[in-house]
Design a binder for this molecule. Structure first.
Ligand code: ADP
Ligand code: ASP
Ligand code: MG
Length: 423
């Protein structure tokens, strides 16, 4: 007998019928003789709806209360899934993140898991029950307040629990058959990947492929835990995220593993910065003090006459207002002229471990965009990734052009998207 952790995303539990379907799948796993711990996301677009509700009653909802509100979504799912399982004659017990022992730091909205003490889950499993855990949430070690792990964080709950329970496998059930060479909603000819290394998946997730939460991939890598991403709507074999070879999968590393895109970032340009040592440091200290993570940074050549330069950087749109406020307050001290905010940008990234040893990848990527008539605004690279910023309205075209240029289009048929709104 083995211990299986299964995570069901929002589109897999979107309504009563879906909940019943998922319950049958969970019960089937239990009947095969496995111990089963299930992590659930909020039903359908509940989290987005709750955020909209909060924004209607407050222009800037207090982070603590927003977390309190959002965690209600997963609480609904865990209870209805447990009920649906009970209706099938199996014993299920639901637990909040806090009850499941998910201990985090106190950063509301993007808390990090610092420990998992799943005593109550273990006890429920030992009694032969199916344990259902609310994803995306934990409790702060210091303040004892309820926290959330950031959008898409239920994936991380699942992997953290799987590691703490020493599960044999962690299955992430979603609305597509696995991980593809691009988001199938944008590129219907994307191909499913049989196996992807954690290094490549980290870059994909960090570049916006929201099929897996970034922290979930980091966690799985640290604990050497294989993750199986698959559809809750089919019984097909999904994609394995693992650094071990997988039976039946091609062993040879492809040069390119996929194209990711991200619409969640904005660009701030600090205009007219004195071109003197220490000025960039001052700007980014202000941003860091506001607990904001930057992505790309570009500094223009300074105009010789004025001795002034422009510095642009990208950051999550959700942090845009905070960053603008912090920089505005520091304007006099830093001595820049003005600030510009642009949230109509998109980022497209090409990822592949083979880039290390293959020159010419960037030239080919730029040529694909040139041919499609798409302007490049910013560029950043890592060893195995190349990212470009374009206008948001050309992002989908950019993804498709690059996918085709690198020969990633499948010859046989379209990728299936079973549900969800892609929100
Ligand atoms: P869940 O609600 O199950 O957590 P998500 O919406 O968070 O589902 O993630 C699944 C979605 O991720 C898919 O429907 C797809 O649109 C998107 N996605 C983005 N990039 C990829 C990719 N490379 N492979 C598969 N899906 C991707
Ligand atoms: N419900 C949360 C969200 O929509 C967490 C998750 O689905 O993983 O972001
Ligand atoms: Mg998700």
């Amino acid at each position: 007998m083995s211990l299986v952790v299964q995570k069901y995303g929002g589109s897999s539990v979107a309504d009563a019928e879906s909940v019943k379907r998922v319950a049958r799948r969970i019960v089937d796993t239990r009947k095969q003789g496995h111990d089963v711990c299930v992590v659930v996301s909020a039903m359908g677009d509940t989290t987005d709806d709750l955020i909209e509700l909060a924004e209607k009653v407050s222009p800037l909802p207090p982070a603590r209360e927003l977390d309190m509100l959002l965690t209600a979504g997963e609480r609904i799912s865990m209870a209805v899934v447990a009920m649906a399982i009970a209706a099938l004659g199996q014993e299920a017990r639901s637990f909040t993140g806090s009850q499941a022992g998910v201990i985090t730091d106190g950063v509301h909205g993007k808390a990090r898991i610092i420990d998992v003490t799943p005593g109550r889950i273990r006890a429920a499993l030992d009694e032969g029950h199916i344990a259902i855990v609310a994803g995306f949430q934990g409790v702060s070690q210091d303040t004892k307040d309820i926290t959330t792990l950031g959008r898409g964080g239920s994936d991380t709950t699942a992997v953290a629990l799987a590691a703490a329970l020493e599960a044999d496998v962690c299955e992430i059930y979603t609305d597509v058959d696995g991980i593809f060479t691009a988001d199938p909603r944008i590129v219907p000819s994307a191909q499913q990947i049989a196996r992807i290394t954690s290094e490549e998946m980290l870059e994909m997730a960090a570049s916006g492929a929201k099929v897996l939460h970034l922290r979930c991939v980091e966690y799985a890598r640290r604990f050497n835990l294989p993750v199986h991403v698959r559809s809750s709507f089919s019984h097909r074999e999904g994609t394995w995220v693992t650094d071990q070879p997988v039976e039946g999968a091609v062993v040879e590393q492809p040069i390119i593993s996929g194209v990711a895109h991200d619409r969640s970032e904005a660009k701030i340009t600090v205009v007219g910065v004195p071109d003197k040592p220490g000025k960039a440091a001052e700007i980014f200290q202000v941003v860091a003090a506001a607990e904001i993570n930057l992505d790309m940074i570009v500094q223009n050549v300074s105009a010789a006459v004025s001795g002034l330069t422009d510095i642009s950087f990208t950051l999550p749109k959700t942090d845009g207002q905070t960053a603008m406020n912090a920089l505005n307050r520091a304007q006099e001290q830093i001595g820049f002229e003005s600030l510009r905010y642009d949230d109509q940008i998109g980022k497209v990234s090409l990822i592949g471990a083979g880039m290390r040893s293959h020159p010419g990848v960037s030239a080919q990527m730029f040529a694909a965009l040139a041919e499609a008539g798409i302007n490049i605004e910013m560029i950043s690279t890592s060893e195995i990734r190349l990212s470009l910023v374009t206008r948001a309205e050309r992002l989908d075209d950019a993804v498709r052009a690059i996918h085709t240029a690198f020969g990633l289009d499948s010859a046989d048929g379209e990728a299936v998207v079973y549900g969800g709104t892609g929100r």
